[in-house]
Design a protein around this ligand. Sequence first.
Ligand SMILES: Cc1ncc(C[n+]2csc(CCOP(=O)(O)OP(=O)(O)O)c2C)c(N)n1
Ligand SMILES: [Mg+2]
Length: 347
Amino acid sequence: MRRLLQPDGSLVEGGCSRLGPEQLVEALRWMLLSRLVDARATALQRQGRFGTHSPVKGQEASVVGSAMALDPAVDWIAPSYRELPALVRHGYPLERILGRSMGRSPAATRIPDGVNVLPNQVALATQLQHAVGLAWGLRLQGRPGVVMAYFGEGAASEGDSHEAMNLAGVRRAPVVFLLMNNQWAISTSREVQSAGQFFRRAEGYGFAGVQVDGNDLLAVFEAATDAVARARAGEGPTLIECVTYRLSFHNTTDNPRRYLPPGWLERAECEDPIPRLEAHLAWLGLWDQGARAALEAEVAEEVEAAVQAALAMPPSRPEDLFDQVYALPPERVRRQRQELLQHVQEP
Ligand SMILES: Cc1ncc(C[n+]2csc(CCOP(=O)(O)OP(=O)(O)O)c2C)c(N)n1
Ligand SMILES: [Mg+2]
């Protein structure tokens, strides 16, 4: 497993960081923002003001380190449902992402034109098919873009994941498969999910596979940068397995205390990627209490402004349920829409 950053913040012997001071602070900023959004969204969900939320907590280095290898002007993200800071960095405004989970109108919360992000995908591994089609299409059109597709180790059990990687290998599609091995698929542990190592599957599909310490921002960034460069050069896909830990619940409907083995969470918390990156910044002489407090205050202000902007958006209407699905709704769907409107209008 590739690792550059030690838990004490120093580099491994011979290790070299590809991120300069400014980019390191930028990465930490995205990671802190993500952690704060998790806390705020969870609190709002408990108050009945937010839909189901899937925290990124613990996986921030994997999400941010991979996203920072992308050029938002040409590259695309095919997300699952646990990659919020990657989407914000790529240009999907935070208030729109929050507004969507707060029942705001689809017009106010849609992904803006020109932002190369696909909608969140909850049907496991189906985004991988979309990602390969998109990447293959970009290549056929002679465009420079690369697609980063996120999925979990649980989603890797789906047939869709095999089909997508097989086709990507044959077509040498410019796609990076970012497998987030956070050890859990809701309550199903990694041990009972798959017998082999995930990154080794790439060899069978005819492309490169690497395993990195997913709590090491520098190692994830390095692997993602190399993978994006290969894809852009026409050398085809890469499978990156980020070994990380889910430090929160699966989502706001879940209670992991019912199934996590004793001590599991406490051990995983020692690998938290945020203190590790802060220790690295301190090791470089770039970090102290004052710098942390200033960054935290800045991030808190940004998150609060996004929450307030989301609250100020118009609410969604019942018919929005139907209006976002078909360009030309079939008769059956038009009838259902009418029935719903009659139902909600009845006193
Ligand atoms: C096709 C499909 N089957 C089952 C589910 C229910 N489901 C939602 S999330 C999840 C666990 C996925 O785990 P993993 O892929 O490891 O991603 P993680 O949640 O850990 O990020 C399951 C089984 C689903 N959404 N889609
Ligand atoms: Mg998982």
